[in-house]
Design a protein around this ligand. Structure first.
Ligand SMILES: NC(=O)c1ccc[n+]([C@@H]2O[C@H](COP(=O)([O-])OP(=O)(O)OC[C@H]3O[C@@H](n4cnc5c(N)ncnc54)[C@H](O)[C@@H]3O)[C@@H](O)[C@H]2O)c1
Ligand SMILES: O=P(O)(O)OC[C@H](O)CO
Length: 663
């Protein structure tokens, strides 16, 4: 999830003319104005920066490295005076650099000995590493732009996690020994680097902007050459003056924001809000994991601690469920006995829950999702991302619509899905599972095939009904295994038939992260069959067929019939699931409608046989001969097809007795 969140940082909005960028700059402080507190505009630019460029000496490194090298060489005082003249603007940068190098007059061996004696880690300004880490984890590009020397800055860049290609600095020129070919004597510096000249920093930034479409660039530094970054067209949009090591009056007076601690910059970074849309067994399990994560110190800088959870309000023991959850931190109805965490806040208002969230996690039973998504339209942040945990699809006249497709279309949000073998109660107790949100008991792995994963999560609910029938009939493991195999075959072929784009997916399966099944559409680099061997495929199928609600209810359905006291799925759902929703019956109805419209019923015999059984056209025992059951004529119909009446009746069952309304 974190990688996805990183990509939320507003940036890369397309190359825009320099003039337009300059117009976005904050109003420069007036004389005497307090710029130690950021104005609203300054804060906004800081929080939406697409690139941040740091000066090195006296900004991220706690000294001027050339001064320190001079001290090491025994010429500290003369060189320090020249450094200050350059930083205050009383001497040109080129002249100051030239004269300082002349005085230092070191060899490569001196530099190496100096770096050994002064390890970079010991020279970092407090908070620099943490600030840079935070920026990078949000997807902000970080550069070091130094008027010093690459030879001295590289170890600092390494210690800060900034790649060498993101370092702009001067290069020393060396006289080379004709005999050995080795550098021996320092002879000035390479004048071709922009940083060796007055106005070099804005030029370096302009070069970056020509390469990358950074919308907002911020320069942070202590010196006059850093301030120049905002004084020339094409440079940075904002300048943060840093006075934690040296405070320079000119810089302080002109900075858009002046800080004496880098922590102030880190504290001002945006923190992301997460909202959970849903509050059933799985939604509560997932929110518990998210809340644990957000309470951890590592996540504190990046996320708001509180997670809002939308709860479909109902009364439990004469009290509102939201009130009970907020008092006891437990969802006594849908996940009793499990503490969700004090940072989970139950909210009965859907829009209120979602409106400020940067990450929207959808986890309601699929039949309610479309109405919720419609209600949310126009009320969510445009830069939010969505993750769907819901297993199911919607059938429209023009074909199926997966939940992730619906969210993308109706809310315009990028949507990942999280599918896998997750029996809610087991995970809530902390049992190991091959899935989600970075908890020690919950492993997740990225799979770049959203549609394949979502189809697995949807279709497995039908196979679970078949597994329940077989179990209720008293068959053993061989028969159950045969049913699971047949179900997997139908799942795989139907997913491919409905979503040819998935079938065309390229070769080469890339494991993006050791832990995850958080699936994203970005890289079509996975074969569909590989998806079916992930947790979202075979593992979820086995979990649901052995321990899920669909299997439980289907088994009870057969047992009740065999005992001569048949009970409807609706009754069994109410009596066995205590408010939780059975997804398989409605999914069977929806999938069968697709199969019927396309004339594919015989091609997916296990799905069709399950549908015949739940419609009462075949006895449950027909499941073991599912191919024949699928081919048998439906009473009162000329073809083996299901009638629309049957399907509507089933919809009514799955929706709790109401007509099968499609919102
Ligand atoms: N339970 C699991 O083990 C599990 C595991 C993985 C995925 N899933 C999937 O997660 C999704 C959500 O399942 P769950 O287990 O969290 O829910 P659930 O079946 O436990 O609970 C039903 C939820 O629906 C809500 N609800 C009832 N009527 C409603 C209405 N008219 N409008 C809106 N909401 C209403 C209830 O308040 C409750 O929160 C499903 O798609 C399911 O397939 C479940
Ligand atoms: O209880 P089920 O059958 O809805 O299955 C729950 C989950 O989807 C299993 O991963």
């Amino acid at each position: 999830m974190l990688e996805r969140i990183a990509s939320m940082s507003p940036r890369a909005a397309g190359e825009r003319p320099a003039q337009e960028r300059v117009a976005a700059a904050p109003r420069r402080p007036l004389a005497g104005e307090d710029n130690t507190r950021p104005s609203e505009r300054v804060l906004q630019l800081w929080q939406t920066a697409s690139a941040v460029c740091f000066d090195v000496d006296c900004t991220v490194a706690n000294n001027d490295q050339l001064d320190l090298l001079a001290e090491w060489m025994g010429v500290g005082q003369q060189v320090a005076a020249l450094t200050n003249s350059a930083m205050d603007g009383s001497m040109s940068l080129e002249d100051a650099l030239e004269r300082r190098l002349e005085i230092i007059n070191c060899t490569p061996a001196d530099i190496q000995a100096f770096l050994r004696a002064h390890p970079a880690e010991s020279r970092l300004v407090p908070g620099a590493k943490e600030l840079i880490e935070q920026l990078q984890s949000r997807g902000v590009a970080v550069y070091l732009i130094s008027g010093g020397f690459r030879e001295l800055c590289l170890p600092i860049a390494r210690a800060l996690g900034v790649p060498p290609a993101h370092l702009f600095a001067n290069r020393m020129n060396w006289q080379v020994d004709d005999e050995t070919g080795m550098p021996t004597k320092l002879v000035g510096f390479d004048l071709r680097e922009p940083t060796g000249h007055q106005g070099g920093k804005p030029r370096a930034i302009a070069a970056l902007r020509a390469l990358y479409p950074y919308e907002t660039v911020v320069m942070v530094g202590d010196g006059i050459t850093d301030l120049e970054a905002v004084q020339e067209s094409g440079g940075a949009d904002m300048f943060v003056g840093f006075g934690g090591i040296v405070e320079r009056p000119v810089v302080k007076a002109s900075a858009d924001w002046f800080v004496t601690s880098l922590d102030a910059l880190r504290d001002a970074l945006p923190r992301y809000r997460v909202a959970m849309i849903g509050s059933g067994a799985w939604a509560c399990t997932a929110v518990k994991m998210i809340a644990e994560n957000l309470r951890s110190p590592e996540k504190a800088a990046k996320f708001v601690r509180e997670v809002r959870m939308y709860v479909w309000e109902e009364e439990v023991d004469g009290r509102k469920l939201t009130e009970l959850i907020n008092e006891t931190h437990e969802n006594v109805k849908y996940l009793p006995g499990v503490q969700l965490g004090e940072n989970v806040v139950a909210c009965p208002d859907l829009i209120e829950t979602a409106k400020d969230a940067h990450v929207l996690v959808f986890c309601s039973p699929h039949q309610f999702i479309h109405r919720m998504v419609k209600q949310l339209s126009g009320h969510v942040r445009k830069d939010a991302i969505a993750v769907s945990l819901t297993k199911g699809m919607r059938v429209r006249p023009d074909g199926p619509q997966l939940i992730s497709e619906m969210i993308r279309k109706e809310l315009g949000l990028d949507c990942s899905v999280l599918m896998g073998a997750n029996i809610a109660a087991d995970i809530a107790r902390g049992e190991l599972s091959e899935d989600v949100f970075d908890r020690p008991y919950f492993y997740t792995q990225l799979v770049p095939d959203v549609v394949g994963a979502e189809m697995c999560g949807t279709l497995k609910n039908i196979v679970a009904l078949a597994a329940g029938f077989v179990e209720g009939l008293g068959y053993g493991p061989n028969t159950r295994a045969a049913i699971i195999r047949g179900g997997l075959d139908d799942m795989r072929r139907l997913a491919k038939a409905l979503y040819p784009t998935v079938r065309r997916a390229a070769w080469g399966y890339c494991r993006l992260r050791v832990y995850c099944i958080l699936v994203h559409f970005m890289r079509p680099a996975l074969t569909l069959d590989a998806t079916f061997f992930e947790s979202c495929g075979i593992a979820d199928l086995i979990a649901t067929c052995t321990g899920g609600r669909n299997r439980l209810v289907a088994k009870a359905f057969v047992e009740a019939q065999q005992a001569g006291q048949p009970r409807s799925f609706e009754e069994l759902e109410a009596s066995l699931l205590h408010g939780q929703k059975l997804q398989g019956v409605l999914t069977s109805q929806e999938v069968q409608e697709i199969l019927r419209r396309k004339g594919w019923e015989l091609e997916y015999p296990l799905f069709t046989a399950v549908n015949r059984i739940i419609c009462g056209h075949q006895p449950a025992s027909a499941i073991v001969h599912y191919k024949e059951a699928a081919a048998a004529p439906v009473p009162g119909s000329e073809s083996p097809s299901q009638s629309t009446d049957d399907l509507q009746r089933l919809g009514a069952i799955a929706l709790g007795g109401r007509p099968a309304a499609r919102t």
